[in-house]
Structures are given as structure tokens and as C-alpha cells.
Design a protein around this ligand. Structure first.
Ligand SMILES: Nc1ncnc2c1ncn2[C@@H]1O[C@H](COP(=O)(O)OP(=O)(O)OP(=O)(O)O)[C@@H](O)[C@H]1O
Ligand SMILES: [Mg+2]
Length: 261
């Protein structure tokens, strides 16, 4: 994707000395049979930053964020979200912390048999308790759709929307519970370059509006350059290198350099 013509400001590096850590993985291991995917992976996500994780296909990026929210059980390690130990939480407490994490899955993953409104209401029904504490649901649905420019699609079915529109609806669904943290798994994959740019813009706008902290997984180096305050490169199941886009692009490490060619 060519984003060079866009006037995105260069993201400032995160000042990690004075910011709160909102999510942390320490020495996380995960294997599927003989396949050792995560072999002691570490990560810290700071409040308000955009942290981009890159790695080859199959390197364990999706597994890593699924472990973080407990969709896949980690074999070993520490997974902390907003100061809570995810492996020690159950039931209501786990549900409560999950409302603080939005997750944009790889692909849009809308429910095909539900309208756009029903898709957006779905997380609210699952997390009634938190929703009970904030506004009425119709207002939230319309505000979330409006922030992705798709208020007019509220009664449509996903099949009636283009791929880019579906991704935007999925983004609206991600923000509806007002999460403090959003995990994006390949937010621009499968989209044409122009639509991909629109999605990047939208994510940056949403970040600003809702002041979320984001963990963004991508193969797309332009997306990384435009979005990252900090980056992590995952190789062989560990955090191989960490730094700003500029720092990593100047690295002499051949494993790191391979991503910048
Ligand atoms: N549920 C599962 N059962 C068995 N193996 C799995 C499962 N989920 C992932 N894997 C394996 O874990 C490894 C990492 O997969 P993962 O989906 O995390 O890769 P990725 O880095 O996200 O790749 P991509 O960039 O293609 O999305 C792969 O070898 C995959 O086959
Ligand atoms: Mg993946």
C-alpha cells in the first residue's frame, strides 16, 4: 500500500518512563502439539499508544492476542490487563475486564444472519452489566456507526455491504463498549489500497476520539510506519526486536532488516 502521499504526522515514540502499562505479557508460552508457537513472548502496551506487532505469517501474532484475551489458553506465562491477572480471573470478573478490550478480528467477522444494528447490539447484550451503567443502546449504536460514517446502513445485512464497509461496521462494533484497549488483527488485510488507507485514518481518528490504547498486528509496513508509536518484531515465538519504526529500519540485524526491504 502506498501511503507516502498521505499527510499523516510521524507518530511520536511512546515515552515509556512515565506511562501506565495497560496490558502486559511476560514469558508467554503456547504450543499446539509439537508446534511451539510462543516460546517466552514478552510485551508491554502503554496507555494511549499504538503498538504495532509485525512478524511473518504463522509466527504466532493472532495466537498471541487470542491468548491475551483468553480465547486461547496460554500454557505458561503472565497475562496482565489493567492490572488484573487474566489467568486468575473467572466468571463476572473476567467478563468485566473483557469489556475493556475491543477486538477487531482478522477479517471482519460480522454475523451474516444479523443486521448491522443486531451485530452492534450483540456485544452489548453479552455485557449487559457494563451497558447498564452507560447510555441507551440505540444511541450507542448510532454514535458508533456515525463515527465510521455508516449510520445509513443500520438496517442492512452484512452481505449488502462492501468489504471495506464491513470492516468499518466491525470497527464500530469494537468501540461500542468503550474499551480502553483495542486489539487489531490485520485491520487492512484483504482491502484495496485506498480502502486500507481509509481504515487507517479511521483507526487513528477513533484512537483520538476515544483515547484508546491499541495493539495492532499487521504485515503491512506502510500501515506500521503510519500508525506505530512503537513496534515489536516477533520471530521464533519471542519478542526479537523493539523500537520505533525509524530505529528498527536502521537496525543492522538481518532478521529485522528483512521486514524493511
Ligand atoms: N487453534 C489452533 N490449533 C492448532 N494450531 C494452531 C491454532 N491456531 C494457530 N495455530 C498454529 O499456530 C501458528 C501461528 O498461527 P497464527 O495464526 O498466530 O499466525 P499469524 O502470525 O497470525 O499468521 P498470519 O500473519 O498468517 O495471520 C501456526 O503454525 C498455526 O498453524
Ligand atoms: Mg494472524
Amino acid at each position: 500500500m502506498d501511503t507516502t502521499s498521505l499527510n499523516f504526522p510521524t507518530p511520536k515514540p511512546t515515552d515509556t518512563t512515565c506511562q501506565e502499562v495497560v496490558a502486559e505479557l511476560v514469558d508467554v508460552h503456547k504450543s499446539f502439539g509439537q508446534n511451539q508457537v510462543l516460546r517466552g513472548f514478552d510485551l508491554k502496551l502503554y496507555d494511549g499508544e499504538n503498538l504495532v506487532v509485525i512478524g511473518k505469517s504463522g509466527s504466532g501474532k493472532s495466537v498471541m492476542i487470542k491468548c491475551l484475551i483468553g480465547l486461547i489458553p496460554a500454557d505458561k506465562g503472565k497475562l496482565m490487563v489493567l492490572g488484573k491477572d487474566m489467568l486468575a480471573l473467572e466468571g463476572d470478573a473476567l467478563n468485566e475486564i473483557r469489556t475493556e478490550i475491543g477486538f477487531l478480528f482478522q477479517g471482519s467477522a460480522l454475523y451474516d444472519s444479523m443486521t448491522v444494528r443486531e451485530n452492534l447490539e450483540f456485544p452489548m447484550r453479552r455485557h449487559r452489566k457494563k451497558m447498564g451503567r452507560i447510555h441507551n443502546s440505540e444511541e450507542l449504536v448510532m454514535e458508533a456507526l456515525d463515527s465510521v460514517g455508516l449510520a445509513h446502513t443500520v438496517d442492512m445485512m452484512p452481505a449488502e455491504l462492501s468489504g471495506g464497509m464491513q470492516r468499518r461496521v466491525a470497527l464500530a462494533r469494537t468501540i461500542i463498549l468503550r474499551p480502553r484497549i483495542i486489539l487489531y488483527d490485520e485491520p487492512t488485510s484483504g482491502l484495496d489500497p485506498i480502502t486500507a488507507k481509509e481504515i487507517i485514518y479511521l483507526i487513528l481518528e477513533i484512537q483520538k476520539k476515544y483515547k484508546t490504547s491499541s495493539l495492532i498486528i499487521t504485515h503491512d509496513m506502510d500501515c506500521a510506519r503510519v500508525m506505530a508509536n512503537r513496534m515489536i518484531i516477533i520471530i521464533d515465538g519471542v519478542n526479537h526486536a523493539e523500537g520505533t519504526y525509524t530505529e528498527l529500519s536502521r537496525s543492522g540485524d538481518p532478521g529485522v532488516q528483512a521486514f524493511f526491504k
